[in-house]
Design a protein around this ligand. Structure first.
Ligand code: SF4
Length: 364
């Protein structure tokens, strides 16, 4: 059994990433088989529970209010609507629901209470519940844990150095602080990033070092290929090649052997052969449904056909960790503190983000 290592350096990880592909694939597949069932892949469903109008300036994101994209914004979904979607996802093979809200950070109040109720509702359907709601405090993480949250997603996106080329409205340390707040609870951590934003292999290695040196390592690491959306600052980015995606998945698997590696955005551009190579290299989760928050994703029927072709089985929920208990709102030990933490606002200028903002003003 390969050992869990926490002192990875960028040089170590880059050397793995750049190995001859056959060696890289063989080692990644061997480690994958030591720690996971290679014929089981988790199917997760991503629901955008509050879409658009986000105050942040993430250069890849069509939900940022400052850019001009054609996504339709929506206020927070009702609990009933979320429950109906979760039931539909469950009946088509999903064992996990991830709810995303386009917020900078969570604010105590009615909307957060509504999200807590969504968490209780989905946990009672015996599905893993994950939320991605922006930055959160320890108290908010505890309240989510008490409601029955299984995982909290907060991506590092890229290396600390390249992060500054993509986002100016918050710092890398804020991301790490939110992950740390989640770690103080029994909620598992989901954190990964995006490739194809113009970063170098060194940045990909840098992001993996930031994740793999956390102790414990994140239980879940999504690897996304950028989906370049018109109107965002990264609209002209060249699509990432499947070879880069396979290398990234394999390297993630080697440096984080026990983690669930999630093949996330960008699958519509990948052939079945390409996806099969990613599964062989250690990816063991996909997102189902024809939309991934706001960008296109393969239809669930097509995915099930691919599973049949490859002899893959959807993973059952709570394989890695037992189901959390749900505490009802009336029995809660935690109250809303109404904290106003000082998340940083570096406010350095990113030229292409500024240009996209100016272009949006003209178009509107
Ligand atoms: S990625 Fe999240 S935080 Fe960034 S602009 Fe999009 S919705 Fe907002």
């Amino acid at each position: 059994m390969s050992e869990m290592k926490h002192n990875w350096t960028k040089e170590d990880v880059l050397a793995i990433y750049n190995r001859p592909l056959m060696d890289l694939l063989f080692d990644a597949a061997t480690i994958h088989r030591e720690h996971h069932d290679p014929n089981t892949v988790q199917v997760s469903t991503l629901l955008s529970i509050k879409t658009g109008g986000c105050p942040e300036d993430c250069g890849y994101c069509p939900q940022a209010a400052r850019y001009h994209t054609d996504i339709e914004g929506n206020d927070l979904m009702s609990v009933q609507h979320v429950k109906a979607q979760a039931l539909r996802a469950k009946s088509s093979g999903s064992s996990r629901v991830c709810m995303g809200a386009a917020w900078r950070n969570v604010k105590d109040g009615e909307e957060f209470d509504q999200v807590l109720e969504m968490v209780r509702t989905i946990n009672k359907l015996d599905m893993e519940v994950c939320c991605t709601l922006g930055m959160i405090t320890e108290n908010q993480a505890q309240r989510l844990a008490e409601a029955g949250l299984y995982a909290y997603n907060h991506n590092l996106d890229s290396s600390e150095e390249y992060y500054k080329e993509v986002i100016s409205t918050r710092g890398y340390e804020d991301r790490l602080e939110t992950i740390d707040n989640v770690r103080k609870t029994n909620v598992t951590v989901c954190s990964g990033g995006i490739i194809g934003m113009g970063e170098k292999p060194e940045d990909r290695a840098g992001m993996l070092v930031a994740l793999a040196t956390l102790n414990p390592q994140p239980e879940s690491v999504p690897i996304n290929a950028l989906v370049a959306v018109e109107g965002t600052p990264l609209e002209d980015q060249t699509p990432v090649s499947i070879w880069d995606m396979v290398r990234m998945v394999a390297t993630t698997r080697i440096v984080m052997p026990e983690t669930q590696v999630r093949l996330s955005a960008g699958r519509t551009e990948m052939s079945r052969e390409g996806q099969a190579m990613c599964f062989f290299a250690g990816a063991n989760s996909i997102f189902a449904g024809d939309k991934l928050l706001t960008t296109p994703n393969p239809d669930v029927g097509e995915d099930m056909e691919m599973f049949k072709l490859l002899g893959l089985n959807p993973q059952k929920p709570f394989v890695k960790k037992s189901q959390p208990e749900t505490v009802e709102a009336n029995d809660s030990q935690y109250e809303a503190l109404g904290e106003k933490p000082k998340w940083t606002r570096p406010e350095h200028k990113i030229e292409r983000n500024e240009d996209a903002k100016q272009k949006a003003k003209v178009l509107r």
